[in-house]
Design a protein around this ligand. Sequence first.
Ligand code: C2E
Ligand code: MG
Ligand code: MG
Ligand code: MG
Length: 285
Amino acid sequence: HVKEHGKGHYTFFDQAMGSRIDHHLNMETGLRRALEQHEFRVAYQPQVDVVSGRVTGMEALIRWQHPETGEVSPREFIPVAEQTGLILPIGEWLLRSACEELLRWPDGNEGLRLAVNLSPLQVHQRDFVDRVRAICDETGFPLRRLDLEITENLLMRDVESVVEKLRTLSRLGVTITIDDFGTGYSSLGYLQRLPIHALKIDQSFVHAIRENEEKGTLVETIIAMAHGLGLNVVAEGVETKRQLDYLRRLQCGRMQGFYFSYPLSGHEAVDLLEGWAREHLASRH
Ligand code: C2E
Ligand code: MG
Ligand code: MG
Ligand code: MG
């Protein structure tokens, strides 16, 4: 059935838009149910100190196992969660769950840090700092083990109040990392004013490191700049020995990526920390 629109492509446009709205609504309904029905899980990806070779932290990454369609990528559902405000309860669920889970891991992991991704909406909440403190208080997870990953887009409004919140958290021992660095709205002025501790180089720059193209990469520039600002550098998306060696030469301190480990379930993460998977990892190329 074709509506009388005079021109066919209007009808086509309406349909495409309609199905996008349907998709969005289905996703929103799905996300609400996922919270109630406990369909979310936390995956952990190790962060490695390249000098000592030790796992210094774990990044918590949310996973959604949809009962009908299977796993849905956070790249797909996080934007909908942000548009609907559902990221607030989802983000709190993730932080609380990860804090609780890490505290259950075996002795010897007390120094292990937890990195958590935050959406701008969470940080813009008036009582954001209190919410983070409350979760750490209630779970017993020390604030000094927490690393909050924010993105440059957070700085597009209310900069003064964001800076103040991050300062407060920083005084409490929380570290702040700029995630996906180099892909968003950047201002060197902000970088100097912000109470941040590290820049996490976006994986697109890391993937651009290829054979015979190692001179003058953006990675090199970002690392030099971070060091100039007195910040630590984390490289994400490290997949090859070549990328590892190159980044090591540039004195990039911390790395994360499939070369070291895929994101793991809690049990797998504990196994890895216990050394169960060490041989397997060492032989991977
Ligand atoms: P991100 O925070 O930059 O996380 C890194 C993403 O790259 C993860 O995808 C991870 O699985 C993937 N990755 C890690 N190492 C490699 C590698 O060596 N090669 C490649 N190709 N990919 C690698 P994931 O888990 O699908 O998450 C995607 C994005 O969704 C995250 O990017 C983050 O922005 C967002 N996200 C995930 N969990 C949360 C969350 O709990 N809260 C919020 N607000 N955002 C989240
Ligand atoms: Mg991240
Ligand atoms: Mg990233
Ligand atoms: Mg990100």
